[in-house]
Design a protein around this ligand. Structure first.
Ligand code: F6P
Length: 545
């Protein structure tokens, strides 16, 4: 599958980057800007209505050239082609990785085992559309003949984070006569608080689970069924009118009691964290309607095409992915902050946590060797300006180097006096402050007492990207999400890891199942864990009511 001739850290471009970065580390962004007055205009890339300013990174043109060499030596162009073609690049699960097929145009052909999957994708979209129209028009009635007013998505991980994030991001585009809620945590509080003011006769549950075996989702779905049946006078037949499923597992769906006519399918070549635009997006389509959902799909598709066809040097996901590699592998960066200056994107950082860290939080190469370089940093963030009054202190003056992605839109979600000008001024100012800081001389010149000067100095030289777009609408959201999906792909391709499995979540799941049995055992269980785990289980058993 790969033509990469040497282990990553032995590639010539890697070695060149190592020596180049030694010099780079001694340069300040102040000097880089002073030496190159057009840098702020030229180190930008605009595509599909997304303006990326990457000039405030600790890079020179030579750095970029070396990073693109690295990408070529890692066979990135062929790896991109292999994903889009449907090669089985998820090697540990022996599957293609084809979330891009979910947004393919009707006339495209993408083959999996010789069969074109695009017609299947569009058939599911059609089924979703027709269902959404029935719910949104009120044609679909609940058990007592009332129309559906409340939609509760039950899912976790990729079956929750994408739907919640999209709902919040596109709230302006949603049908406000429908009430959307999302239950994910197995903590009973999540379900109880979700339904406490809902009328079961007006409530539809979407049980969203790729596998339909996930403990949290199945536990919540069972509780939802009991709540509904009880609330509707014990009529089991109500389940058919109030439950639909989104899954790849038809037999488990029917075993749960949901008619497979009310099931929306997808395929094992869609990873959970890449599934928000599959049938997992049913709640999104219900909220924004089929036409806006189509715009969302278009946005994803446009970014897919940009990623698939653009030269590396003009390719936004490639550029951003490579810059992140520079920091992680050559500047020892441990985390990257994503800071949307847009309230509607408040769940975007949470969504990115799964996308980035479940994908690239790996330490084994595709050949099964332990990596001898760093892989995924921690991705985190909060919407601006809230973060400024919380953790930005550390980004400005702490000891860790934390590259930031600022995300901003020219048009406000809700025009309100001076709010948007103030918001955007803050985004731009933060990037400026991080890059250029404030020298001791500047602080002194303001009449600061000498003892206070060191406390008030800002070193600067703290890198950031700024992504500027016109307006947050479904199409733009699709482009933005696909941009980060492909950044993650670029990182995984360079690190030579499988970005599409998630074995690291398995052990905890297995142990939890065992411990549930011990906790609920009527007779005293024989505990065979370590002394800490045994004591915790025992303490809980003795104290629980
Ligand atoms: O626990 C990890 C995980 O498998 C994620 O990758 C996935 O998004 C989530 O669980 C939910 O899985 P499912 O959709 O099968 O319920």
């Amino acid at each position: 599958m790969t033509n990469q001739p040497l282990p990553l850290a032995q590639l010539p471009s890697w070695k060149s980057l190592e020596s180049h970065v030694t010099k780079l580390k001694s340069l300040h962004l102040r000097e880089l800007f002073a030496d190159d007055p057009v840098r702020g205009k030229e180190m930008t890339l605009e595509t599909l209505g997304i303006y990326l300013d990457y000039s405030k990174n600790r890079i020179q043109r030579e750095t970029l050239a070396l990073l693109f060499d690295l990408a070529r030596q890692c066979d990135l162009p062929n790896k991109i082609a292999a994903m889009f073609r449907g090669d089985r690049i998820n090697i540990t699960e022996d599957r293609p990785v084809l979330h891009t097929a979910l947004r393919a145009k009707r006339e495209q052909s993408i083959l999996v085992e010789g069969a074109n999957v695009v017609p299947d994708v569009h058939a599911v979209l059609e089924k979703m559309r027709s269902f959404c129209e029935k719910i949104r028009s009120g044609e679909w009635k609940g058990q007592t003949g009332k129309r559906i007013r409340n939609i509760v998505n039950i899912g976790i991980g990729g079956s929750d984070l994408g739907p919640v994030m999209a709902y919040e991001a596109l709230r302006k585009y949603t049908d406000r006569s429908l009430n959307f809620r999302f239950v994910s945590n197995v903590d009973g509080t999540d379900f109880s608080e979700c339904v406490h003011d809902l009328d079961p006769s007006e409530t539809l549950f979407i049980v969203a689970s790729k596998t339909f075996t996930t403990l949290e989702t199945m536990t919540n779905a069972q509780s939802a069924r009991s709540w509904l049946v009880e609330g509707l006078g014990g009529q089991e037949s109500a389940v058919a009118k109030h439950f639909v499923a989104v899954s790849t597992n038809a037999s488990k769906v029917s075993a749960f009691g949901i008619d497979t006519d009310n099931m929306f399918g997808f395929w094992d070549w869609v990873g959970g964290r890449y599934s928000m635009i599959s049938a997992i997006g049913l709640s999104t389509m219900l909220a924004i309607g089929p036409t806006e959902f189509e715009s969302l799909l278009d946005g994803f598709h446009e970014m897919d095409e940009h990623f698939r066809t653009s030269e590396l040097e003009q390719n936004m996901p490639v550029l951003m992915g490579l810059i992140s590699i520079l920091y992680v592998n050559f500047f020892d960066v441990q985390s990257i902050a994503v800071l949307p200056y847009e309230q509607y994107l408040k769940r975007f950082p949470a969504y990115l946590q799964q996308l980035t860290m479940e994908s690239n939080g790996k330490s084994t190469t595709l050949e099964g060797q332990r990596v001898d370089y760093k892989t995924s940093p921690v991705y985190w963030g909060e919407p601006g300006t809230n973060g400024q009054h919380s953790f930005y202190q550390l980004i400005h003056q702490g000891t860790a180097l934390i590259p930031c992605d600022f995300i901003a839109f020219v048009e406000p979600g809700n025009p309100l006096g001076r709010h948007h000008d103030i918001l955007i001024a803050n985004a731009i100012a933060q990037a400026e402050a991080l890059a250029f800081g404030k020298t001791a001389e500047q602080v002194q010149s303001e009449g600061t007492a000498p003892w206070l000067v060191p406390h008030r100095v800002f070193d600067g030289n703290r890198p950031s990207n700024t992504l500027f777009m016109q307006k947050l609408d479904p199409c733009t959201l699709g482009k933005l999400i696909a941009l980060y999906e492909h950044i993650v792909f670029v990182q995984g391709a360079i690190w030579n890891i499988d970005s599409f499995d998630q074995w690291g979540v398995e052990l905890g799941k297995v142990l939890a199942q065992k411990i549930v049995g011990e906790i609920e055992s009527v007779s005293e269980p024989l505990l065979g864990h370590d002394s800490s785990t045994n004591t915790l289980v025992d303490r809980y058993r003795k104290r629980k009511k």
